[in-house]
Design a protein around this ligand. Sequence first.
Ligand code: FEO
Length: 396
Amino acid sequence: MAITEIRPGIRYVGVNDRTTARFEALWSLPNGVSYNAYLVVGERVALIDTVEEGFGSRLLHNIREEIGDRPVDYLVINHMEPDHSSSISALRRVYPGIRIVGNAKTLQMVGGFYGIDAGTEEVREGDTLDLGGLTLSFHLAPMVHWPETMVTWCPERRTLFSGDAFGTFGALDGGLTDSQTDPDRYWDEMRRYYACIVGKYGGPVQKALAKVRALAPETICSTHGPVWQQQIGRVLDLYDRMSRYEGEPGVVIAYGSMYGNTEQMADRIARDLAEEGVRQIVVHNLSAADPSEVLRDVFRYDTLVVGGPTYNGALFPPVAQLLEMISSRCVTNRRFAWFGSFCWAGAAVRLLGEFTQRMKWEAVCDPVEMKQGFSPAVCEPCRTLARRLAERMREK
Ligand code: FEO
C-alpha cells in the first residue's frame, strides 16, 4: 500500500511549502507548512479542499498519480481561506465537469473570491453525498476560524476531514500520519498554530469538539500537519484545553527593554522564581522574540508576567503589541503580575494594571515600578513579586 493511501479509498494529495516566510503574511514558518488535500475514491471521486495556488500544479500532479485520467467529480470545500481554496479555478479548468460542494456561506465566498456561480451544490448540516461505496456527510463548524468552516465525515472509514481544526505548522518531512513520523515534532507547532490562527474562537471550537467527539473518528485528516490516528486522544485533549484557555503550570515573562534596565528586572524575577522552586519559566524579550512563539507560550502556561518601560507617555510598542494580540484573542483565566520603568513620568505600570482589569485576570501581587536605572533597591520588590507568584502557584 502506498504511503499516500491513508485508509482504503482515501488518498493524500497535499503539498509542502518550505518557501513562504510568513503564513497569512504574519506568522513565521521556520519548519514550513503543509497544505493538505485528500481524495475520496469510490465509484465517483471527491477531492477534499485544494492547496495554495502557487502549488496547484503539484496538486494536479498528485491527483493524477493517484487516479490517472479518471475525472474528479466533486470538490468539497471545508474552508475558503485561500491557502486551501486558491487552486479552485485551475482545478475547474482541468476538470470542467467538477461539482463544487459547500454550504451557503462557502458558495457565497466561492463567488466573491473566484467569480464562480455555476456547477455548485449547496449542502446543509447532516446532508450526505453518495460516492458509490463510500459516503460523505457534512457538518457545520462555524468560526473555526471563519464563518463558513465545516467538517466532512466518511462513516465507512470513520475518517473526519476537519479543515484547519487540529492542524499544525510544520511541513510533512516524509511521513504523513502520526505513526509514520515523530508526533513530538508537532505539539509545539500545533500550539503555535492554534494560538495564532484559531485562538480567538474558543467557544466555537468547543462546539465543534462536541460534534467531533460524537462522531468518534479513527482518522482525522486536517488541512495542515500530520494525519492523526494514534494520537487522536491527545489531540482532542490539547484542543479542549486550549479552547477553554486552560494553562498548564508555568510562567511566561515577556518584557520590553530599551537599554537593559527593565531587562534586569525580568531576569531578577525569573531567577527569584527559580529559587522559589518554579521550574517552568520562559522569558521572552519582545523586541527580539518571534510573536507567534510568545503567543504560543501565553496559551500554554497559566501565569504571565509582563514588564516594560514607559515610552512617549505610553507602553513600549512591542509590549503594547503583545497586549493587543492577547486581548484580541480573548484569553481568559490567567494569573498576572507586572513591572515597569520610567525616566521622568511613569505610565507603563499604570497601563499594565488597567490591562489586567480589562482582561478580568487575577492580579497576583503589587507591581514593581522602577525609576531610571536598575539598582539593588529594585531587587527586594522583585523578590517579593516572585515569592508571591510562587506561593500562588503552589496554592493550586
Ligand atoms: Fe489553513 Fe484558515 O486556512
